[in-house]
Write a protein that binds this ligand. Sequence first.
Ligand SMILES: [Mg+2]
Length: 118
Amino acid sequence: MSDLIVHHHLHRQRDFSERTFGPYSRPLRTEGVIDHIERELIEIKGKPNDLEEWVDLIILACEGALSQGHSPEAIAYAWEAKQTKNEGRTWPDWRTVEPGKAIEHDRTAEVLGRSAYP
Ligand SMILES: [Mg+2]
């Protein structure tokens, strides 16, 4: 996954974005991305079956990370690492969670100050 995202998308996105929207170092660049994400969330709520709206959110999430100076390689690595971290966490039985609400992982080990990993 890292190679595909880094070489075929995130570098392309970064080049396009800086050419079109200005350097990531421009003041309040991240705040602009956050404002856009908030608008996209409203669009998704109105059209949750629209794949393009979800892709807008993916692109904007990467824009936010790029605007904070994270490299395409770092984003791709963190993306995979976070998936692995999530897979290693303890999750509640989804049947016990109220439909329409976020399913949060078990934070017991974190609250006790222990690592969630053995
Ligand atoms: Mg949109």
